[in-house]
Design a protein around this ligand. Structure first.
Ligand code: PLP
Length: 339
């Protein structure tokens, strides 16, 4: 039985569900892991995560498809990306097969929290890992905890699509040869100042240019960017300091192989923004949210504040359709959890 929740009015906030997965790493190995009802963590005041921010995370969703299955979208890519994050932060990696198994167990155990098909809501999953034991000299922790909790989240476009107004940021998100390409908590800690400042000034998000030259577009604080040219080519920026969004990679694949569009991954200059006709931000939360306007230090580039542009709309509906089981998915994209 599904929980008695008004799924359509849910926002994006933490709601404690019944079960979460926990595995501990000690003496060079992971224990067997288990589900627990305990949503709290007790650790040393000197834990590596608390002192030196040794932590990374992932985000993915479980939802009900048209034919009533509970599924996840490409959890193998979250597992692989978390391995990359852990390696960059000198944390032990959590094996891919175990990651997928843990995702399935958490969803299955919280089945009643998975919103029904058509509600637009989903069960958001948050895998994360952190340094657990005491570290005072600067070095990696030697004990770690890996966890996955689940929390139901509402439809992203509640009350219709509202294109975003974003600005070109004067702050940086990712240093060259830093950690921009991995999902480290520290990337978010340092972006909080910039996003708070953006909101105070009436912007929804920051677009970060490359921090070395401030010439090329990278991404926003938590989403990759796609553009559409006048002739319908889908373009996404190429850079070593962009976090490789699974949504963006999937959309580019869909554009090329399902919809037969022309796609390019290349450097995108800040001064060519006005050559594009559509722009969208991609990530698990929204799939794509349209950008209506970019403000570059007083200069406004307007794509349209009414609705999604036609190409972005097509991409959005195709990927959503694949996720919801309405359109046939490329091989291996949908992981079935419960039939
Ligand atoms: C998580 C994240 C994204 C989106 O990735 P998805 O896998 O599509 O959810 C984009 N940019 C940053 C910086 C992120 O942390």
């Amino acid at each position: 039985m599904a929980k008695n929740i008004d799924w359509s009015s849910l926002g994006f906030g933490y709601i404690k569900t019944d079960w979460r997965y926990v595995a501990n790493y000690k003496d060079g190995q992971w224990d067997e892991g288990a589900l627990t009802e305990d949503g709290t963590i007790t650790m040393s005041e000197c834990a590596g995560v608390l002192q030196y921010a040794q932590t990374c995370f992932e985000g993915l969703k479980a939802y009900t498809t048209k034919d009533g299955k509970i599924v996840c979208f490409r959890p193998d890519l979250n597992a692989e990306r978390m391995i990359d994050s852990c390696e960059r932060l000198i944390m032990p990696t959590f094996p891919k097969e175990r990651f997928i198994e843990a995702v399935k167990r958490v969803v299955e155990a919280n089945k009643e929290w998975v919103p029904p098909y058509g509600s637009g809501a989903s069960l958001y999953l948050r895998p994360f890992m952190f340094g657990y034991d005491s570290v005072i000299g600067v070095k990696p922790a030697s004990e770690y905890q890996f966890r996955i909790f689940a929390t139901p989240v509402g439809p992203y476009f509640k009350g219709g699509v509202k294109p975003l107004t974003v600005r070109i940021s004067d702050y940086d998100r990712a240093a060259p040869r830093g950690t921009g390409h991995v999902k480290a908590g520290l990337n978010y800690a340092m972006s909080l100042y910039a996003i708070t400042d953006a909101h105070e000034k009436g912007f929804d998000e920051n677009i970060y240019p490359d921090s070395a030259t401030r010439t090329y577009i990278e991404e926003t604080g938590g989403a990759n960017i796609i553009f559409v040219t006048k002739d319908g080519t889908v373009v996404t920026p190429k850079s070593d300091t962009i976090l490789p969004s699974i949504t963006r990679r999937s959309l580019m694949y869909v554009a090329e192989h399902v919809l037969g569009m022309k796609v390019e991954q290349r450097k995108v200059r800040v001064d060519e923004l006005s050559d594009f006709v559509e722009c969208g931000l991609c990530g698990t939360a929204a799939v794509i949210s349209p950008v209506g306007k970019i403000v570059d230090h007083g200069k406004e580039i307007v794509y349209g504040m009414e609705d999604m542009g036609p190409v972005i709309k097509k991409l959005y509906h195709t990927l959503r359709g694949i996720q919801m089981g309405e359109i046939e998915a490329p091989e291996g994209w949908i992981e079935t959890i419960c039939e």
